[in-house]
Design a protein around this ligand. Structure first.
Ligand code: PLP
Length: 414
């Protein structure tokens, strides 16, 4: 039966009597549409002319982040056939995640950027319903969030989305002085040193200590900071009140999901600022039921994974690509593992002798991207020299050789 037949038939149902919701929509056959044989699933990439991309870069949002693990896809499809009370779902999934991450409370957000909005909103409103209805337009002076000047970054717009103002400090003395009755929170951008180089002006421990003295909640953005898996436990243990990680990066959950976890009162206040409530600032940042289940499945799978084995596989891929590329004379490679706190996993830098191969890294990058298949790599600067960087962690096993051979062909012709 087609959906429109059922809809047409609906007004008649009461006359038929005795039909329960369960009887009308037997599980697994909602609207009679789920019986489509799997072989009939259209190739939507093809149908819409969307290019399939081989991701030899990193978990970039514009490249759709990550690929969900099979366990995540299973969780999404297995839970799609029944309704759930979203409050109960967030509460119970949150409690389980909190238990897994050894913290008081957690929620699934629509990404780390959403977690930044909700965490800040929570710090501003607490459980005050009026404030929840008013942000980002609270009367009076704007609430203030303290950040180290060196930590300012593109994602801090999520903070000011709540109506808060960012107050920049340069050192610990500055920070103490900046705290006043309008201060609602202090934000630590964990990967600032990876993005910009140098050191934090105020280290984690000191940052937390200052805030604890003044009873100011602390929030750390560690969105892209697994691996190592230990980071999922590290920052709450250090004493940060709120922590966020992206779900759609190396944890390999849904791209539009993320985690916000930490102190119970703040997480409860964050929930009040989020969907399924109608009014608050987080309402446009809804996470659907399947993504909540999917994020839970992703985290569970991530924590159970053999991370050492996975790391060895990544290294094996870099050496397999190296062997293929260095068949071209003048080509050299080097495994690159960032020293900072974000995106810490191996990739392969590719160099070549300009005497033998005339093509520039940028041209190789473009050729790969515009080729068939389309392969997206990265351009990196090492010792003020531009190099082609080939990522391995997001490749499907069969793509490792495809990437290596395609790069090899371009270099051979160059
Ligand atoms: C990716 C990222 C974000 C945004 O995360 P989403 O899950 O895409 O919302 C925020 N902060 C940092 C440092 C990031 O790397």
């Amino acid at each position: 039966m087609k959906r429109r037949d059922i809809v047409k038939g609906l007004p008649l149902l009461p006359l038929m009597g005795g039909i329960t919701a369960g009887g009308l929509f037997p599980s697994g056959a909602l609207f009679g549409e789920n019986s489509t044989p799997r072989s009939n699933i259209p190739d939507y990439f093809e149908e819409l002319g969307i290019t399939r991309v081989i991701n030899a870069a990193a978990t970039m949002t514009y490249l759709s982040g990550s690929l969900m693990l099979p366990e995540v896809l299973e969780a999404v499809t297995a839970t799609a056939h029944d309704f759930a009370d979203m409050h109960e779902l967030q509460d119970k999934v949150g409690a389980k995640i909190a238990e897994m991450l050894h913290c008081e409370a957690a929620i699934v957000t629509s990404g780390a950027a959403c977690a930044l909005v909700l965490g800040t909103a929570a710090a501003i409103t607490g459980t005050d319903e009026n404030k929840r209805k008013q942000i980002p337009n609270l009367p009076g002076p704007r609430p203030e969030v303290i950040m180290q000047k060196k930590h300012r970054y593109v994602f801090d717009q999520a903070i000011t989305t709540t109506g808060a103002k960012i107050v920049e400090v340069e050192n610990a003395v500055d920070m103490e002085k900046a705290i006043n009755e309008r201060t609602v929170m202090a934000l630590f951008f964990n990967a600032a040193t990876s993005w910009y180089g140098g050191e934090d002006s105020i280290g984690h421990e000191e940052f937390i200590a200052i805030c604890k003295r003044h009873h100011i909640p602390t929030f750390i953005d560690a969105a892209a900071d697994v691996p190592p898996v230990e980071n999922l436990f590290k920052y709450q243990k250090m004493g940060f009140d709120m922590v966020t990680f992206s779900g759609g990066k190396m944890i390999r959950g849904p791209q539009s999901a993320g985690l916000l976890f930490g102190r119970k009162d703040l997480i409860e206040a964050a929930k009040l600022n989020h969907s399924p409530y109608e009014a608050p600032i987080g309402r446009p940042m809804k996470v659907n039921k399947e993504e909540i289940f999917g994020m839970y499945a992703a985290l569970k799978t991530y924590l159970q994974r053999d991370h050492k084995k996975e790391w060895r596989e990544w290294l094996r891929r870099t050496s397999s690509i190296k062997h293929i590329l260095t068949e071209v004379s003048g080509v050299r490679t080097k495994v690159y593992i960032p020293e900072g706190r974000a995106n810490v996993f191996p990739s392969l830098d590719v160099y070549w002798d300009k005497k033998d191969i005339f093509i520039e890294p940028k041209e190789v990058y473009e050729k790969l991207k515009n080729g068939n298949p389309s392969i997206v790599t990265s351009l990196a600067t090492r010792n003020s020299r531009e190099v082609l960087n080939v990522g391995v962690v997001l490749l499907k096993p069969e793509q490792v050789d495809i990437v290596a051979n395609t790069v090899k062909e371009i270099l051979k012709q160059g």
